[in-house]
Design a protein around this ligand. Structure first.
Ligand SMILES: [Cu+2]
Length: 130
C-alpha cells in the first residue's frame, strides 16, 4: 500500500513536469541531427504556438550550442500573398524554446533551422492549424 502511494506521487510529478497538456510531437532528421519538436497544441492553433525542440547529434548527445530558428510558412493563395513567420528559439533547460505565430487556419509548412559551426541543417514537416 505504501509503495502504491509512492507510485501515485511519482506519476503526479511526472505529469506536472510535462510542459504541455495535449502537445503535438514530431521527430525529424536535419542532416546528422535528430530533432524532436513539441508544440503546445495538437493540432497547432491559429495564433501563438509555444514550442520546445530537443536536438541531438549522430552520437545521441544533446546539442546545446546551436542557433535554432523555427519558420512557419504558407504559399500564396488566391487573393492572399505568401506568409512567413520566423521565431528564434532560446536554449532553456537543455531545450530550445520559443513561440511561433500561425496567422490563419490551414496547412502550414514548418521548418527548423539548426545552425552550428557555420552550417545550417533543416528539418521540415507540415501542420494543419485550426
Ligand atoms: Cu493562406
Amino acid at each position: 500500500m505504501k509503495r502504491h502511494a509512492w507510485m501515485v506521487v511519482l506519476l503526479a510529478l511526472f505529469v506536472a513536469g510535462t510542459a504541455f497538456a495535449k502537445e503535438s510531437v514530431v521527430q525529424k532528421k536535419a542532416g546528422d541531427y535528430s530533432v524532436e519538436i513539441k508544440m503546445e497544441k495538437d493540432p497547432p492553433v491559429v495564433g501563438t504556438n509555444r514550442f520546445e525542440i530537443a536536438v541531438t547529434d549522430k552520437d545521441g548527445k544533446a546539442v546545446a550550442d546551436a542557433k535554432v530558428q523555427v519558420v512557419a510558412s504558407m504559399p500564396a493563395m488566391p487573393g492572399m500573398p505568401a506568409m512567413e513567420n520566423k521565431a528564434d528559439a532560446k536554449l532553456d533547460g537543455g531545450k530550445y524554446k520559443g513561440k511561433v505565430e500561425i496567422s490563419m487556419g490551414g496547412s502550414w509548412n514548418m521548418s527548423v533551422r539548426i545552425t552550428k559551426d557555420g552550417k545550417t541543417a533543416t528539418a521540415k514537416w507540415t501542420v494543419d492549424a485550426r
